[in-house]
Design a protein. Structure first.
Length: 372
């Protein structure tokens, strides 16, 4: 018999966060989160995203052992201001027992119906900057700190419950040493002269901070037309700055400014922390922080996390400036492999940016939807 219990205490929250450590104990592809960070993400007085979202966390028990988990999320900005009556679910993990999935997803459905929502969709987080999508292909590739990993049987469980694919995403990689460098240099010079633009580069985190508010404002403008978009509030921005600034190599964040110093494009690349995160097993102390710091300085794999371009400048070659600057920084760091983190499969504007890189699709993922 499957029993569900809503998470109410810190002890239960820790059980919720650490369940995947048991589920994926024998997986060489799953990348664990930092336990303390994950607990903060799911705590209302620590994560401002929860100020605008009702979040219900549930653990599934069988014979008194945890066998599954799920977060049921109602983002009220999305529901009330955007008119999208979505019941979100995320942080979904389960043993290979459909009865567990049925109980967890059934609880999400029940909450959605009780709030007069029209459909449920997941796995998703609170906003576009959270992890989303269940892996549907590429289970034999190591995960990243910015994505969820899952067993293949999750997809079968979703289908049995009546969920169907809603949005599809692709992840790809390319050989950094084969990037079309000469093309960047040529186009870069033309674009800078034509639009009177200039790159902004950094050597320490303090130099970046004055630009971050403009970056988030540009993020909201450049992503607003995507079907998944939910705006990032000012409090969320402050939280994300604090959360991620330690993971970002300052040389891996690039801005493009116009002649009046207005930001027209930005890009964030992260060093890969996957192997280091597997080694530290969710703990920063006593030595986890040092392992992550070593990965930050020495990783030869770079993750293209986020690129945003002012709508007026889209499809005008501005990204050539970004890639030219990244080529300098990544060459200096000895990077040899680049990973493009999940992009909507139908985001053709983004795909155009990468058309000359000969990227290989290594993973596919999707969110799944069901009418309530």
């Amino acid at each position: 018999m499957i029993e569900l219990q809503e998470v109410k205490t810190k002890k239960e929250l820790k059980a919720f966060v650490t369940f995947p450590f048991k589920l994926y104990a024998n997986s060489k592809y799953w990348v664990p989160p930092i336990i303390s960070d994950e607990m903060a993400t799911l705590t209302k007085d620590k994560n401002p995203a929860l100020e605008h979202a009702d979040t219900f966390l549930f653990l599934a028990y069988k014979d008194k052992a945890v066998v599954g988990r799920v977060a049921a999320i109602i983002n009220w900005t999305e529901v009330k201001e955007q008119g999208v009556k979505k019941m979100r679910f995320g942080w979904f993990d389960t043993i290979d027992d459909y009865n567990v999935s049925k109980a967890l997803l059934g609880k999400v459905s029940e909450i959605g119906k009780s709030h007069d929502l029209e459909f449920m969709e997941g796995p998703v987080g609170f906003s576009n900057l959270d992890k989303n999508g269940a892996l549907t292909e590429g289970f034999d590739h190591i995960g990243t700190m910015a994505t969820w990993y899952n067993h293949p049987y999750y997809i079968e469980h979703f289908n049995r419950f009546g969920l169907s694919v809603e949005k599809e995403y692709i992840e790809s990689k390319f050989d950094f040493n084969k990037a079309p460098v000469e093309r960047f240099k040529r186009v870069n010079k033309l674009i800078i002269e034509r639009y009177k633009l200039k790159p902004a580069n950094f050597t320490n985190s303090k130099e970046i901070i004055p630009y971050l508010d403009d970056m988030f404002a540009l993020f909201n403008r450049s992503y607003s037309k995507l079907s998944t978009f939910v705006p990032i509030s000012s409090k969320q921005q402050a939280y994300l700055k604090k959360k991620f600034i330690s993971f970002i190599n300052p040389e891996y964040i690039k801005f493009v400014l116009d002649e009046n110093d207005n930001m027209v494009a930005f890009a964030i690349v992260l060093p890969s922390f996957s192997k280091a995160l597997q080694e530290v097993k969710g703990k920063l102390f006593p030595f986890g922080f040092l392992k992550l710091l070593k990965a930050k300085k020495n990783s030869k794999t770079a993750l293209f996390y986020l690129i945003g371009v002012e709508p007026h400048y889209q499809n005008k070659g501005v990204t050539a400036i970004i890639f030219e600057e990244f080529h300098k920084s990544l060459s200096k760091s000895g990077v040899d492999t680049c990973i493009r983190l999940p992009e909507l499969a139908d985001n053709h504007a983004s795909h155009q940016i990468w058309k000359d890189f000969n990227a290989e699709i290594i993973k596919r993922r999707a969110t799944f939807k069901k009418a309530l």
